[in-house]
Write a new protein. Sequence first.
Length: 117
Amino acid sequence: MKKLCGSPNNSALVIFDGYPDPSIDLEEKSIEVIFSKHESADERIRRLVELSANPKNIVVVSDDKEISLFIKAIGAKKMTVEEFLASAKKRADPEEPEITYSAMHKINEELRKLWLK
């Protein structure tokens, strides 16, 4: 969950159009999955954001222009799918800090002095 949402305090809700396929197991403790059933996923998203006590704490990931305009107007945050995937990848694969050979050598010398006394 931390990788997907940035923090264990955040939650993820995925909304799909239609009805769930009973043969597919969607048990995932960290992500709530909703099927919109009789309404469109866009309608469900709009309704959930409108009913939220604090829409500015919501981030909606969608490439749908209509939803994006609505989200912006109501004060929630929006991300494109590409932005979300890039963000998730960055959290999953944090860049290792590069260290120069001379800095590594200096650190090793200091550690040898401490450990090999």
